[in-house]
Design a protein around this ligand. Structure first.
Ligand code: GLY
Length: 425
């Protein structure tokens, strides 16, 4: 089979790496890919958003399966473009992608289907939203309805911060149309866990859970990022909680989509919070998580391509996924300054030595090849260092030993990834 992976981050490198292990696959392209993906696939210079050019390429090359990493092309309808041209693509179509593309759509579906989630009110006007803030108490969860590059959710600790978040959406229109509708949600507290599942209509095949670290600093301090690390499995989540996620969240959500005439085909990512009343949904995403994927896939023993094909062609419920008993820890190595301003183009040293350590796999996130073949930094999140170990203590030791072998100017990483679970598994 010939496979095209769309995207250029650590998640897409992990997907291409896992796909390359499938006996079904003979050739992989990545569009546009990065320096790490170039070692296992041919990179083609087409942007993830350029749907027609990607479909032309897939058609010309006889690609059998296209796998889309990021949400933006899915929300824009890349699956519809491919399917209209008879091309197989792993990912939901435009209507199904509203599960991430519209927080209002997803919230309404959850509330109607009785899927546990926080209460919410929806507004299209600044004054009415501000009135809601005045009559409720802090903290306020203010969410732009549409895609806002990970910046559309604000947890406002006081009224002033809540008004600021509402002004950014309605008056300054920082997110364009995506912020023309805003949800003000109930604040929920607890540990956050991500459970991803293959979904084909009403059939689901859940993956092992993972936890990611969104804040830039140790001890969950500083601004939010795209994710500074992750680990899998999640000992903080009981087997009973996992069962409830499958039976009370994933299965009813898949069913509710079908009853609305939506046939979801792809990965559904449930961003969850473990409250005293049980697991509740914070948000759905319509693609693999980043950096959760980089900690989940190293533990997956089964062929991912078989599961992807079953999602598209039927038979998902006949598949059992086999998991390694080992724990996986992923440390994100970033450019100093991220998520604010940072510089690109620094040479990265020590990659080979770090990547050859036992149990370690390095997924590139923001890298590119220099003219002399050296690997250069090319993004805020630069590398994801994943390590498998008998337990979290060993996996952490291996991951950080590898990170310490890597050097580039202004390199930054969190030191506490998976620290909270070292004594738990
Ligand atoms: N780790 C958060 C996300 O993938 O959206």
């Amino acid at each position: 089979m010939k496979v095209l992976v769309v995207g250029s981050g650590g998640r897409e490198h992990a997907l291409a790496w896992k796909i390359s292990q499938s006996p079904l696959v003979e050739k992989i392209w990545c569009a546009p890919g990065n320096a790490g993906m170039a070692s296992l696939a041919e990179c083609v210079d087409i942007k993830a958003e350029d749907m027609e050019a990607l479909a032309d390429f897939a058609s010309r090359q006889g690609v059998d399966l296209t796998v889309v990493g990021p949400e933006a092309p899915l929300v824009a309808g890349i699956a519809d473009v491919f399917r209209e041209r008879g091309l197989a693509l792993f990912g939901p179509d435009r209507r199904a992608a509203l599960m991430e593309g519209s927080k209002h759509f997803a919230k309404r579906l959850m509330l109607e289907a009785g899927v546990p989630t926080g209460r919410a009110e929806v507004f299209t006007d600044y004054e009415e939203a501000a009135e809601c803030v005045r009559r409720s108490g802090p903290p306020y969860v203010v969410k732009a309805d549409g895609l806002a590059a990970g910046k559309g959710v604000v947890i406002a600790r006081d009224e002033r911060a809540a008004y600021e978040a509402l002004r950014a959406c309605f008056l300054e229109r920082k997110f364009g149309e995506a912020g023309d509708r805003v949800l003000i949600e109930e604040f929920l507290s607890g540990q956050e866990v991500s459970v991803l599942s293959f979904v084909d209509g009403e059939e689901i095949l859940p993956l092992a859970p993972a936890q990611d670290y969104k804040r830039v600093g140790d001890g969950d301090t500083g601004p939010n990022t795209g994710g500074m690390g992750s680990y899998s499995p999640v000992p903080l989540m009981s087997e009973e909680d996992y069962r409830r996620v499958v039976e009370e969240i994933l299965r009813p959500t898949a069913k509710a989509m079908v009853s609305r005439g939506i046939h979801y085909r792809g990965i559904l990512y449930a961003g969850l919070i473990l409250t005293e009343e049980g697991p509740k949904v914070l948000e759905f995403n319509v693609r693999f998580g980043d950096p959760e994927t980089q900690a989940v896939l190293p533990r997956l023993k089964s062929d991912i391509v078989t599961a992807m094909l079953a999602t598209l062609e039927g038979g998902l419920s006949d598949i059992d996924l086999e998991w390694s008993e080992e724990s996986c820890v992923t440390v994100v190595v970033a450019s100093g300054g991220y998520p604010g301003e940072y510089r690109r183009g620094y040479a990265i040293e020590g990659l080979q030595e770090a990547g050859s350590l036992e149990g370690v796999t390095i997924f590139h996130a923001g890298t590119k090849l220099g003219a002399d073949g050296s690997v250069l930094t090319d993004g805020g999140r630069v590398l994801n260092v994943s390590a498998l170990g008998r337990d979290f203590r060993e996996a952490r030791e291996k991951a950080y030993r590898a990170v310490e072998r890597i050097r580039f100017q202004d390199m930054y990483y969190r030191k506490d990834i998976a620290l909270r679970v070292v004594d738990m598994a």
